[in-house]
Design a protein around this ligand. Structure first.
Ligand code: AHR
Length: 651
């Protein structure tokens, strides 16, 4: 919806009430239906080794020193010669499955000995196996020797204990996919996958894969169920993907290219991850769109603005001079890629890219509504020229798509000012602001958006976090989020960042959800996000809640009141980031048809406490029922967020 339409919809009702001896006006204004969402970036092993449920690391032997200095095609693999087997192993590229996936292993078994010869994969810090769970194994094999080869695939726990196994047999011939299902008869935390040829033979092997059958919603090439469920539990209204800095990349050659990430996984083009590891792109744009659909989030893909990250090559140390622009010769093809992305998401099955979506199993549109162009780019002439080129074409050819521009990495400063100047010039519908600041900043900037003008671009706060995962961090974000609700006609969307981090591979802190192979820990910040996103109304009502003493200088107190018109429910969020309990007064006299009781969810504790993978439940919301009569004098505990939902009698 445009700003003007929003402006027209803003004042729906006014009720004058007497509160604290002053006449206060309760105004109701519409707020964005897409206010709270998530931002997913493949950072800190969020995708490979995280949300993407593949259990084999380096499944297609494409790791290289370009990903990380000490990596090579056999990283995470061991050559396995047990029981006096012998032969040779080599990594080859002369006859690959396809040219996008050039490396494979050639196994020449001279003598299979007593147990066989092959390869062992250690997964991402070991493979976690659940007893009774079924696992889908697959491998591509090109058999050069003539006689059929009996193969054995096993999951082995500590000391080589076999937790599950399967057998299959291969035939002479070109690349062919072989599959087997392994049922685990016992659990293991750090299992390995062992693949053995049991006779003398010559085999080329590639794309060795193992997925649990119980992925999120049981999808093939799917997502790790518990992590996906934790994201779904936020009920995000949108999901931004695939980054972050990952999008514009470490130099032009590392820019994220969505077309490389679709189609059969063995044909996708993998590349180095800017965060110092490898992207298998098994979690690619098709899977991102499908996940968004599964969790009811609007997809928000971000494409680079034709420039690489200004910090490419680590140049942040010398002022971020690593930004490079695609040549003008390359720009038309790049812009076509962006148009093709829209066609891939929304185009009819008769269109070139819509047909590819249908071929992947999804003839229906993905209903793409938003696209981000650029990620906190340095505002240079190089950037501006390319941004304008992409922006003008997308705007003209796809007026139905809302374009989100970018205004630098900080809440103020040169890139912010220049970014807004460009947004004003081009009337960009929405701009993406980022801020990673201390809790004090979030508390003292509660009024930030009160002075933004509705006539300008709307704001997407695409990345924000208060540099920590303690309760006080989360409460400072909660206080700020009440101001996002209050300005939900100006702030159209907001997402905490980053979302996921494997606790053994964090490239960035803080994050919203930490995990290891076995389990996960939603942070206190996660619960704040969840309490807001699952209690998002569609209109904001001002002047309902006041604090005793009403000291406008006390930045530790913040509150909001929203209404969900679908249910008629009224929701209060009350933040007390201070050390003393404080009375909050709710003026309910303007409301009719409300129940006399309400659900209260409180997040509170020691301001320095946080949830960790080893103590995931330290601070979680406590849920109770209260009488609404008490809300005229609600004691907000020290260091707390209280969310109070009063159901409508008609609901
Ligand atoms: O969220 C982590 C990083 O922070 C993102 O990749 C980047 O956009 C920002 O600098």
């Amino acid at each position: 919806m445009t700003n003007l339409k929003y402006a027209a919809a803003i004042v729906l009702a006014c009720v004058c009430l007497r509160a604290n001896t002053q006449i206060k006006t309760q105004q109701i204004k519409r707020i964005s239906p897409d206010l709270f969402g998530v931002f997913f970036e493949d950072l800190s092993y969020a995708a490979d080794g995280g949300l993407y449920a593949e259990l084999i690391q380096n499944r297609s032997f494409e790791y290289s020193p370009g990903d990380r200095k000490d990596w090579n095609p056999l990283t995470a693999w061991e050559y396995t010669t047990q029981g006096f087997a012998y032969g040779t192993i080599s990594v080859e590229t002369t006859h690959p499955i396809n040219s996008n996936n050039p490396h494979y292993v050639m196994l020449t078994v001279e003598d299979a000995g007593q147990e066989g010869m092959g390869l062992t994969n250690s997964g991402y810090d070991g493979i976690t196996i659940k007893a009774g769970e079924k696992y889908n194994f697959s491998v591509y094999i090109r058999q050069l020797s003539v006689a059929p080869v009996p193969m054995l695939v096993q999951l082995r726990g500590k000391k080589g204990v076999v937790c599950g196994s399967a057998t299959f047999s291969t035939q002479v011939g070109d690349w062919k996919k072989y599959t087997a299902v392994i049922t685990a008869d016992q659990a293991a935390d750090s299992a390995k996958l062992v693949l053995l040829a049991k006779t003398k033979c010559k085999l080329a092997l590639d794309e060795i894969s193992l997925f649990p059958q119980s992925t999120f919603k049981g999808e093939t090439n799917g997502l790790r169920a518990d992590l996906a469920q934790a994201i779904a539990g936020l009920q995000p209204k949108f999901m931004r993907f695939p980054g972050g800095c990952l999008v514009h990349g470490d130099g032009l050659g590392n820019m994220y290219r969505w077309k490389n990430t679709i189609g059969p996984v063995e044909q996708r083009i993998q590349q180095r991850n800017i965060w110092n590891y490898h992207q298998s792109v098994g979690l690619g744009f098709y899977e991102y769109f499908r996940f968004c659909e599964d969790i009811g989030a609007k997809p928000l893909p971000v494409v680079a603005a034709g420039v690489s990250c200004q910090n490419s090559g680590g140049t942040w140390r010398i002022g971020g001079t690593g930004q490079k622009g695609l040549t003008m010769t390359d720009m038309p093809e790049y812009i076509q890629d962006v148009l093709d992305l829209i066609e891939y998401a929304n185009g009819p099955v008769t269109s070139k890219w819509g047909a590819k979506r249908a071929a992947a199993g999804h003839p229906e549109s993905f209903h793409l509504q938003y696209i981000g162009i650029g990620n906190e780019d340095k505002q240079t002439d190089t950037f501006r020229e390319r941004f304008k080129m992409i922006y003008n074409v997308v705007k003209t050819k796809h007026p139905e798509i809302t374009i989100i521009g970018t205004v630098g990495p900080s809440p103020s400063g040169e890139d912010y000012d220049l970014g807004w100047k460009l947004a004003d010039q081009l009337a960009v519908p929405v701009v993406d602001e980022h801020f990673y600041e201390k809790p004090e900043w979030f508390l003292s900037n509660n009024a930030r958006y009160d002075t933004y003008r509705k006539s300008k671009s709307q704001v997407y706060i695409g990345e924000y976090a208060s540099r920590g995962n303690t309760l006080i961090n989360a409460l400072s974000e909660a206080a700020f989020m009440t101001s996002i609700e209050r300005n939900g006609d100006i702030v159209r969307m907001a997402s905490y960042a980053p979302l996921l981090a494997n606790q053994s591979h964090t490239s960035w802190n803080p994050n919203l959800i930490y995990f290891n192979n076995k389990t996960l820990a939603p942070t206190v910040n996660y619960y704040v996000q969840q309490l807001f996103s699952t209690n998002q109304g569609d209109s904001y009502i001002s002047n309902v809640i006041s604090f005793a003493g009403d000291n406008p200088k006390d930045s530790t107190l913040a509150a909001s009141c929203v209404k969900d018109s679908k249910t008629g429910d009224i929701i209060f969020k009350i933040v007390n980031a201070g050390a003393q309990p404080t009375i909050a007064r709710a003026d309910l006299s303007g409301f009719t048809s409300l129940n006399s009781n309400a659900t209260l969810k409180v997040l509170k504790g020691n301001p320095k406490d946080k949830n960790t993978v080893n103590d995931a439940g330290k601070i979680v919301p406590a849920i109770s029922q209260i009488s609404t009569a008490g809300l005229t004098s609600y004691s907000a505990p020290a260091y707390s967020l209280s969310v109070i939902r009063i159901k409508s009698k008609t609901n």
